[in-house]
Design a protein around this ligand. Structure first.
Ligand code: GLN
Length: 501
């Protein structure tokens, strides 16, 4: 064993890149590593990050990885342990999507993203808490009791246990920030990778819509849902994203027919002359001063690295909130119609006839936020309101996408905040609208289907992490990761660890 691995306490400080190398060089075994992270997850159940663990399954996967390393058939990430947001179906673990409706659901197959990561050699540590059907910004909408808990409890932010970790991929963010896993998968419909990454001091990337297959991702809003990695560095995100993406046209017709890319190749390219667009609408009154000053400092760092800041405008930024909160619920109301007590999931015990069974099943199985969205979605799609709401929202969605194309005539990337504030206190947002409004900076990129990242750039109020958002044009993930990596070579915000972890 080499020095950095001689004490087991150092294992969880290593990222995906270093662990993959240590495994390949046989400085550590996949079994040893899996056990180390399982022990850490067991020691930190108070955080509420995991909703399913199964040591036997994890260790069996790790043994298989060790065998492949021994016989020279290892994949690029052989033996690296990660955990999955519990919205990806998995055949070896229950898949709840944070809902009572799927509390005991066992999938007969793995989601494409899960299967692709497994092909690369990744070992699964378990499933991570999330908002019910990925609807939320604080992970306060999960109906599932985390491992080690006897009732539903909020997921805690490791930087301050009284704060939310963000959502909907809150369990993923907490697990990685607390070093219970070197990385995790997440999904982003309107910001659910970028925002929790920002709130927990992590690096996360949502690729271009269609880059990663949605097959086996429990559907929320199909025209927006996209999978991506959450890790500590852009380098680790590049490795994971390369393994996750690729066409899957037989199973997801919206999957892009573009060949698999190695997103690590351009990480070290110079960013001299890179034009970073600064949208004035992202820096208005709604942006908290602490977040703003961390972003401003990061932009100065980019200038030192040779980038040029270009003022741009995304004039329909504010409209992204009503547009998203019409389109996403509309699609959700349709997607969630499958949970009727007949095909899978929860079924009410007592009912009089079929209609009563549907009603009771759905009343019992869905939580308040999901019901709210089904009602909004059904309303905006109904005869007489369709033109006024849904169709109008679709038209503005197109204009939002066009605004980005105009902006990209003058810049290569766009930078701004991920969220208007740092992570708020658990329970602070009493009104769901407060959560919706806080999505303002992530929604435009989602509606346009663009790739976006969150990169740690400092700390704000209460010592909570601040993330900067980078948005790129379609299929420009390499450029985003390159810009993030160069920044991370020059700064150490991404390497900070919350106290006690
Ligand atoms: N906060 C947004 C919502 O509640 C985004 C969620 C997501 O990206 N899954 O819909």
């Amino acid at each position: 064993m080499t020095t950095p691995l001689s004490s087991s306490s150092a294992l969880h400080d290593l990222g995906v890149h270093d662990l993959a190398h240590a495994l390949a060089a046989k400085h550590v075994s996949a079994v040893e590593l899996a056990q180390h992270f399982l022990d850490r997850a067991a020691a930190h159940t108070d955080l509420g990050a995991f909703v399913a663990v199964d040591a036997d399954t994890t260790l069996a996967q790790a043994r298989a990885a060790d065998n492949r390393i021994a016989n020279g058939t290892a994949g690029a990430l052989e033996g690296v342990p990660i955990a999955h947001k519990d919205i990806f179906v998995t055949k070896d673990f229950v898949t709840t999507a944070g809902s009572r409706m799927l509390q005991t659901y066992q999938s007969p197959f793995d989601a494409t993203v899960v299967a692709k990561l497994a092909q690369a050699g990744v070992v699964t540590l378990g499933k991570l808490n999330c908002d019910e059907f990925a609807m939320g910004s604080a992970n306060e909408n999960s109906a599932i009791c985390a491992v080690g808990h006897t009732q539903v409890a909020p997921v805690r932010n490791p930087w301050n246990r009284e704060r939310i970790p963000g959502g909907s991929s809150g369990g993923s963010a907490t697990a990685v920030a607390a070093r219970l896993a070197p990385a995790a998968t997440g999904t982003d419909t309107g910001g659910s990778i970028r925002q929790p990454a920002s709130f927990c001091g992590l690096t996360g990337i949502k690729p271009t819509y269609g880059r990663a297959s949605r097959y086996g991702m429990v559907a929320f809003a199909s025209s927006l849902d996209q999978a991506g990695p959450m890790a500590r560095s852009a380098q680790d995100c590049a490795l994971l994203l390369s393994a996750m993406c690729g066409p899957d046209l037989d199973r997801d017709s919206t999957s892009l027919d573009v060949s698999v890319e190695d997103f690590s190749l351009k990480l070290n390219d110079s960013i001299e002359g890179l034009r970073i667009g600064i949208p004035k609408e992202f820096f208005g009154d709604g942006l908290a001063a602490d977040v703003r000053s961390a972003i401003d400092a990061a932009l100065k760092e980019y200038e030192k690295l040779g980038a040029k800041l270009v003022p741009i405008s995304l004039p329909r930024t504010e409209l992204s909130i009503p547009v998203y909160y019409i389109i996403a619920p509309a699609e959700a109301s349709s997607n969630l119609s499958r949970f009727d007590g007949v095909k899978f999931g929860h079924r009410a015990k007592n009912y009089t006839d079929l209609a009563d069974m549907y009603q009771k099943t759905r009343a019992e199985g869905f939580g308040d936020e999901v019901k709210r969205r089904i009602m909004i979605g059904t309303y905006v799609l109904s005869h007489g309101y369709y033109d006024a709401y849904y169709l109008q929202a679709q038209k503005i969605r197109r204009m939002i996408a066009d605004d980005f194309q105009n902006a990209f005539k003058n810049c290569d990337l766009i930078a701004g905040p991920v969220a208007p504030t740092v992570a708020w206190k658990i329970g602070a947002h009493k009104d769901p609208l407060a959560d919706y409004l806080a999505d303002i900076f992530t929604l435009p990129g989602s509606l346009a289907g663009l790739p976006g990242m969150s990169v740690p750039v400092g700390f704000g109020e209460g010592g909570m992490p601040v993330g900067m958002q980078l948005l790129g044009n379609y299929l420009q993930e390499s450029r985003l990761l390159n810009a993030a990596h160069r920044f991370q070579q020059a700064t150490d915000w991404h390497a900070r660890t919350p106290k006690g972890f």
